[in-house]
Design a protein around this ligand. Sequence first.
Ligand code: HEM
Length: 502
Amino acid sequence: MALLILTSILILLVSFIIYILFARREQFKLREKIGLTGPEPHWFMGNLKQIVDRKEKLGYDDSNKWFNELHKQYGETFGIYFGAQMNIVLSNEEDIKEVFIKNFSNFSDRIVPPIFDSNQLNQSLLQNTYATGWKHTRSAIAPIFSTGKMKAMQETIHSKVDLFLDILREKASSGQKWDIYEDFQGLTLDVIGKCAFAIDSNCQRDRNDVFYVNARKFIANIDIRHSKVIAASFILPELAPLWRALYKYTPLADAEIPLVEGLSNVYERRRGGEGSDSVDLLKLLLNREDDKSKPMTKQEVIENCFAFLLAGYETTSTAMTYCSYLLSKYPNVQQKLYEEIMEAKENGGLTYDSIHNMKYLDYVYKETLRCYPPVIHFINRRCLADITIRGQFYPKGSVVTCLPHTVHLNPENWDSPEEFHPERFENWEEKSSSLKWIPFGVGPRYCVGMRFAEMEFKTTIVKLLDTFELKQFKGEADLIPDCNGVIMRPKDPVRLLLKPRN
Ligand code: HEM
């Protein structure tokens, strides 16, 4: 009997392997069939193999550079395989417009690796689909990021940034060298904690704060380098039920459970009337929940708050870290920005409006995000039905991707794209419908938190420059970006010399 069972298992296993290999061979023919080229896929891992190999050789993931090389080699549309999944990479502005905007109804959903199906984000904007109510959620959430609401939250941001500056003053006066990226991460967690859920977290002072520990753990484990199960789920989506079942044993679930439980408790307390005078995203969502025209369930509210936390902290802290680094590297830019800040201070102070109206600050903000877009592999859409657009056939099930670093560093889009030159954004407003600057994505599904991120970024950078002159330590190496799946973050600690201004 035992032998029979063993033989059956063996036959099943061998048949499964043969099926996978056969299906993969067929998948790998698809690219050529639709007239595209691209790098040769590994028989099992697809082009993930090249990414892994490069990472092993260099010690970090330089896929931002690699994709730019592929763009040069294979042209503005090429195909690449993540496991067996074909991704069509677009960089031509017209193609991007047609796919991501004009044909949105056929490309409305982001891909979600099967293992993430078991997390608590399926009803959030990050993961929900058109069929599961994305449009309803988006139209309920978009108004909470209006200018008026952002203005009301600015005081909170100021108070968190003041603490951030106190901490930097202490560190700078002690003469130590430290990683300012960690301080930015503590800041953005405290900001999102307060602005999204009215939680007074203490991430800036206490690295053991439950919010800090679990948010960082969750983000770290999305990285396929840290999570073998996630890597495997990418390469073998055929085993989706297994990955879904295994999710609860991953460090991702470990970090998610206390965060979502914490949010659920806050939700109940707020429903009971706590913090009724606070202006925050949860409060605005609770008001939405009561709005009969766009009702949201408790689960939807909690999952979307969880999404704000995940989408809002690492992204913004990374952007501000890049900006501080660039300002320390380009003292002329820093000086020009400082003068603009001084002028605003003399003419009424650093208010929401004065910060919002600073032109040069806006150029620095945009140029930072052009040179170093923090979110790299997230602007993707699944093709829902076979379609031909501008002569290119997109088969149902394929994934279309648009890479901000490729678009931003394309010499056809920007003169001397490798140079940090904020002035290039003078008169940019006239061209703002162009898709040459896309750090927040493209089309109806672009980043819903863009205004929030901009306000936090600009407020922090203005107050930082008002307090310190940013300089580089002698001999400190140039910053190297490291891609960890979704985010492109500095590979090494970012150490800056902060000189207090009088
Ligand atoms: C510098 C900071 C940020 C950057 C660079 C960034 C970038 C992005 C990108 C590239 C996308 C994908 C867009 C697409 O697929 O076309 C996205 C989506 C999203 N972001 Fe952000 N983001 C930032 C900050 C934030 C903040 C602060 C929040 C919330 C408080 C947020 C919430 C979201 C959400 C919910 C989505 C999904 C939107 C949807 O699918 O409807 N992001 N973000």
